[in-house]
Write a protein that binds this ligand. Structure first.
Ligand code: HEM
Length: 396
């Protein structure tokens, strides 16, 4: 079943969280060159490292489903049955859920958030002193998306510390189920059930109210689905955006020429956000399962085979990004980056994440002329999230 050259298994480290805390990109480059569709014997999955193949699988949710797992760790556990867990639902049910939650993410709703989000960024940046090292993870990257989601969900300030605790527990729960994390998840569920009940009778301007009242073709989300979706937003919207911001700022500090380009030309900021999404690819990979005997890149794939879509590798594919694929270029255009996935499950929060990235860069560039590394960066050991746990930088 292996596509690798005899005697070489290029895919083994892909299942090891520690591998990603180092630098996975040299291995991705070898995979693209030597075994673009490579079989992993240990867990039994194909690793897809080329842009074209990741795209082809993402575009066809009937041939390659999400319902049989999207994380490597799903291969080691029985999948929980969770209503409304968008990421795990396949068409046609997926379309129903998506239609019901989409109105909360309509472009007009996201645009309307800009002043509040900018205000959040400004308050956080008021605590960043020039010429003094600051850990951008704790100072900016962690609180910023958390506050934005708290605003969207209508969570009042007194409950923010709980939000942080719930989010951390839910993120951990996705990879390390424990009794304590389950109890915290249940606590969060009770909290959102109460908010949902309140908003259903007295709707406000927030996302919970929109979700609690929206009807499509006479259908509504039920309470369990609503609660699941709120929890999913906390996980999907926090750690991802957190790492776009932390890893994005580290990338700019390590490439002063690219920061200089932004200082000289603020028009480049939107393109820079796309490039930082490509460069950091906060979600390393998601998985699919073949629903029929089929083929990819001329290679036979059997029904039931799992396919790991390596977004991080696809985003450095020389065939798409040319000879500069391995260079950070804040003016890159076009930029067909796949950090938000593609097709049916395309990230519902993409516009929000882009807006947060743009605002953070705009506000930083308003205040500071330089950014430099101020100590070692530590990275998260995770097979899913390309994360940074601390990053001391100096702004001046
Ligand atoms: C830089 C930030 C982000 C990145 C890199 C990211 C990445 C992704 C990716 C790759 C997918 C596709 C999953 C698949 O194909 O199986 C996805 C889906 C999703 N994202 Fe994001 N995301 C980000 C921010 C957000 C935010 C801010 C929210 C919400 C507040 C969000 C909510 C979701 C949801 C609910 C889905 C599931 C969509 C579906 O299955 O139909 N994400 N995201």
């Amino acid at each position: 079943m292996t596509e690798n050259r005899p005697g070489i298994d290029l895919t083994v480290p892909l299942t090891d969280p520690a591998f990603y805390a180092d630098d996975p990109y040299p291995l991705f480059a070898r995979l693209r060159a030597e075994a673009p569709i490579a079989w992993n014997e240990e867990l039994g999955f194909w690793a897809l490292s080329k842009h074209a193949d990741v795209l082809e699988v993402s575009k066809d949710p009937y041939r390659f489903c999400s319902g049989r797992g999207i994380l490597l760790m799903d291969l080691r556990r029985e999948l929980p049955d969770v209503p409304g867990a968008l990421l795990y639902v396949d068409p046609p049910e997926h379309g129903r859920y998506r239609r019901l939650v989409q109105p909360a993410f309509a472009p007009s709703k996201i645009r309307a958030l800009e002043p509040v989000i900018r205000q959040r960024a400004r308050v956080l940046l008021d605590h960043v002193s020039p010429n003094e090292p600051v850990d951008v993870v704790e100072a900016l990257a962690v609180p910023f998306p958390l506050l934005v989601i708290a605003d969207m969900l209508g969570v009042p300030e007194r409950d923010w510390p709980d939000m942080r605790r719930w989010t951390d527990a839910l993120i951990e729960l996705a990879t390390e189920p424990s009794e304590e994390n389950n109890a915290i998840a249940a606590e969060m569920a009770t909290y959102f059930l109460e908010r949902i009940a309140e908003r259903a009778v007295d709707p406000g301007d927030d996302l919970v109210s929109t979700l609690a009242t929206v009807t499509v073709d006479g259908e509504k989300l039920d309470e369990a689905e609503l609660m699941m979706f709120c929890g999913q937003l906390l996980v999907a919207g926090n750690e991802t955006t957190r790492n776009l911001i932390s890893a994005g700022l580290v990338a700019l500090a390590e490439h002063p020429d690219q920061w200089e380009r932004l200082v000289a030309d603020a028009e480049l900021i939107s393109r820079a956000v796309e490039e930082l999404l490509r460069w950091t690819t906060p979600v390393i990979s998601f998985m699919r399962t073949a629903t029929v005997d089929t083929e990819i890149g001329g290679l036979p794939i059997a029904e039931g085979d799992h396919l790991l879509l390596l977004y991080a590798s696809a985003n450095r594919d020389e065939e798409v990004f040319g000879p500069t694929a391995d260079q950070l270029d804040v003016g890159r255009e076009p930029n067909a980056q796949l950090a938000f996935g593609f097709g049916e499950h395309y990230c519902i929060g993409a516009a929000l994440a882009r807006l947060e990235g743009r605002i953070m860069l705009e506000e930083l560039l308003q205040r500071f002329r330089r950014v430099e590394p101020a100590g070692p960066v530590t990275r998260l050991a995770s097979t899913v999230i390309a994360g940074i746990t601390s990053a001391p930088l100096v702004f001046s």
